[in-house]
Design a protein around this ligand. Sequence first.
Ligand code: NI
Length: 181
Amino acid sequence: MAVQPIRLFGDPVLRTPAEPVRDFDKELRKLVADLTETMLDAPGSGLAAPQIGVGLRVFTYNVDDVVGHLINPRLDLSEEEQFGPEGCLSIPGFSFDCRRALRVVAKGYNMHGDPVTLEGSELLARCIQHETDHLDGVLFVDRLDREARKAALRAIRETEWGNAGPPEVRVSPHATLGRAL
Ligand code: NI
């Protein structure tokens, strides 16, 4: 297990849809361990595999002292919404109010391949939606209202890391059968 570097806004891996997990093997369990350790070290309330450069549909969460993970998630969202502050370890130092469904039922698998249902409201629901977005190459700033999004992107561009050139090519720490990015 090891803490991995977190990819920042502008890294193309964050814009690349991740592939479903097919092999529930030792490598996957190592990925979940690395994601969990990296998330807790940051610390953050969630982390998705693309954020450490692995293009697989896996995320971890850490909400109200409950730490877990979900693989190949499928979400069922409530119509009722919430509007509140959200942040992202790939956009460090920023928080913007973002609209999300208030409740979510997420179905997927654990790292052993057993079916799992994860139900959450408020912060956990926000986290599940945010992390699942990462697996589709979507960042939370994409979901802001138009004016707020423009202001957010302007602020991000003014940071040192938000205005970097093309990122250097890095090698994923995980052998993911050609799915690493
Ligand atoms: Ni994020």
